[in-house]
Every structure is written in structure tokens, then in C-alpha cells.
Design a protein around this ligand. Structure first.
Ligand code: IMP
Length: 182
């Protein structure tokens, strides 16, 4: 279903996001100083956040990408986490930073961290663009987070509703009453 333009409003502007990503990147640069970092992008939602973040990192960085299924085409998590595209390379003894778009129930990242931990990385941390702590079903505290947001369905800056709206420049929320009808 198409969401009418007047039901989509800005929550976090592109400029606000840029300055917050800079702060997070500075922290990551301090924490991993002198180390190399494997930065894992969770496709597709994190791709714009990821590309902004990695350009601000100043340690040795390598890229890898994963696709995980979580929501299907709905706005509610199914709780089921399936790896659709795995990492290309081993993470054994690597410092791994998972870059995710948004933490909601926490199920995706909790499961993903468990799976990747069995591959014996040197360390594994999570960096998310957005966090909806009030929606948590399992314990998951991101190590780095740009913004905590209220329980609203958001699109833009890489985030989609049914594969649309990812290209919106700002993080926008869908009118909550309208979102109930989706
Ligand atoms: P979780 O497993 O419930 O934490 O869900 C995480 C995933 O659900 C994210 O990676 C997103 O793909 C998706 N998701 C959660 N909330 C939103 C939202 O408000 N807008 C778009 N996608 C969302």
C-alpha cells in the first residue's frame, strides 16, 4: 500500500543525522585506535548509514555485508531470523562492528550476535542508527547508537516500508493512525 505524502513527516533531519554520526565515529575511532576493524553492513536498511559512518573512521577498515530476513513485508517482526546472504570472509580473530539500521524487538541483533560469536571473532560490537527501546522483547543494548526514538514506524535514510521510501533524505515517521492500517 502506498503511503500518502501528508502521512510522512520528518523525525530526524539529514543534517542532524550527519552531526550525530560524526560524534559516534569519533567515539569508535577512540575505542579502536591502532586496531583494524571489520565493519559489517546489514543490508539493505543500514546501507546509507554505513556509507556515511565508514567514511568518518580513521583506523584500518574492511567491509563485509550480510542480508538477514526479519519483517517480510509487514511492520511487525516475525521473530524469525534467517541469513539470506552470509559474510564473504571469515571473522576469526577479527574485531567486528555490526552496523544496523534500527533495533526494535532486538531479536534480529541478538540472534545475529549469537551466530557470529560462534565464529570466534576477537570482539563483536553493535552500532545502530536508531533504537526503539520501548519495543524490546529481548535484552539487546547497542554499543553505539545515534538516536533513541519513540515507538513509531520510520522510513527513509535507508529504512523501508515494503521496500519503498529508502531513498528519503531524512528519517521520517509514518502517521501512527495511518500506520495501524498498514
Ligand atoms: P527487530 O528484530 O525487531 O529488532 O527488528 C529489526 C529490523 O526490523 C530492522 O533491521 C528493520 O529492518 C526492521 N524495522 C524495525 N522497525 C522499523 C521501522 O520503524 N521502520 C523500518 N524498518 C523497521
Amino acid at each position: 500500500m502506498k503511503v500518502p505524502n501528508d502521512k510522512i513527516n520528518v523525525m530526524i533531519s539529514y543534517d542532524e543525522m550527519q552531526s550525530r554520526i560524526k560524534e559516534i565515529a569519533n567515539q569508535i575511532n577512540k575505542d579502536y585506535k591502532g586496531k583494524s576493524l571489520l565493519v559489517v553492513c546489514i543490508l539493505k536498511g543500514a546501507v546509507l548509514f554505513y556509507s556515511d559512518l565508514v567514511r568518518m573512521l580513521d583506523m584500518d577498515v574492511r567491509f563485509d555485508f550480510m542480508t538477514i530476513s526479519s519483517y517480510g513485508n509487514s511492520t511487525e517482526s516475525t521473530g524469525e531470523v534467517k541469513i539470506k546472504k552470509d559474510l564473504d570472509n571469515s571473522i576469526n580473530e577479527q574485531h567486528v562492528l555490526i552496523v544496523e539500521d534500527i533495533v526494535d524487538s532486538g531479536l534480529t541483533l541478538k540472534n545475529l550476535k549469537e551466530v557470529l560469536s560462534t565464529r570466534k571473532p576477537a570482539s563483536i560490537k553493535v552500532c545502530c542508527m536508531l533504537d526503539k527501546p520501548s519495543r524490546r522483547k529481548v535484552e539487546m543494548i547497542p554499543d553505539y547508537c545515534c538516536f533513541e526514538i519513540p515507538d513509531k514506524f520510520v522510513v527513509g535514510y535507508g529504512l523501508d516500508y515494503s521496500e519503498e521510501y529508502r531513498q528519503l533524505k531524512d528519517v521520517c515517521f509514518i502517521d501512527p493512525e495511518f500506520a495501524k492500517t498498514l
